[in-house]
Design a protein around this ligand. Sequence first.
Ligand code: 5GP
Ligand code: MN
Length: 354
Amino acid sequence: MSENRSIWILIINKLQKLIFTDKQIKEIKKLFSKSKNIVIVTHSYPDGDAMGASLGLYNLLKKINFNISIITPTNYPEFLKWLPGDEFVIKFSKNPEQALECLNNAEIIFCIDFNALSRIDKLEEHLSKSDAVKIMIDHHPYPEKFVDYSFSSISVSSAAELVYEFIQKIAYSKHIDKDIATCLYTGIMADTGSFSFNSSNPQTFRIVAELLTHNINKDEITGRIYNNFSSDRMRLLGHCLNNMKVFPEYNTAFITINYEEKKKFNFKTGDSEGFVNYPLSIKGIVFSAFFIDKKDHVKISFRSKGKFEVNKFAMENFNGGGHINAAAGKSELSMEETINKFIDLLPKYKDELF
Ligand code: 5GP
Ligand code: MN
């Protein structure tokens, strides 16, 4: 490791200590001592980190006898529905009354793995109205100011890693058991693509090592997340890769899924998870996009290798955001118009695409 890199890691570790100040932790402990009803909310179409981090915290707080609920704005993929505590998740899109009753009674609301109210869709107005104390645990850049406590860092691998740090800081580590460790491990694994990116900080591996001491079944978790797909999904992937468009002059490639293809391949939520990463395995490709038809818009995922800032690209052109190498946005144009808009934008970014 170069000297520069070691210095960076030292700085990051120091910054990490600043995320949770003693004063904040003391206040939260006091808040815990006088509260009963806690709600955990995560973002729409939650991924492995959103669910792992949220359920890890859920199982922990349940164990110490809080009246705890967990709400997702929408449904999520089947391959996440085995996580310990999954049967207690309230989906706002399916059970709005139950979700709102919990929100209305909440004294504390945890906002996990999101930092912008637009990420929770229709839950936004209800969460904003609540006078519960709001605590954000998140790892995205540019946090909005809608919470009372913001534990936010872009130098961690995942929200699950930050939840682990939070548990440690409030001195609840002794309650971590196999179920909680399974959830947090899943979150970290999911947001690092099985430790292939966002995982250069040794602290991530220290946490993973600690989680492994709880006898979690690491290989089974990998299997449940990555080797648990339908044959339809596998054929859809083959179809998409076959139709992938490559622009070598811009080191860019993209794939798409429209309504007809969704129907033909019996598309289910989560079937396209990870598709956006495939073009990046082509030599020389540094920017990848994935377009998918949703009910009233086209959702676009962006990924990059190296310096190209896809969050900036998503923000500037597609009303989105995210991390430097993983972001998303949306378009209200048709699929064809959206794709043309994307292609037309590439020359403008040519100098950054290398
Ligand atoms: P994905 O492509 O996996 O859906 O999203 C990649 C990343 O983009 C997420 O981790 C999140 O940081 C960000 N992201 C996804 N959807 C949105 C969105 O609608 N708005 C913003 N600002 N960021 C998003
Ligand atoms: Mn995350």
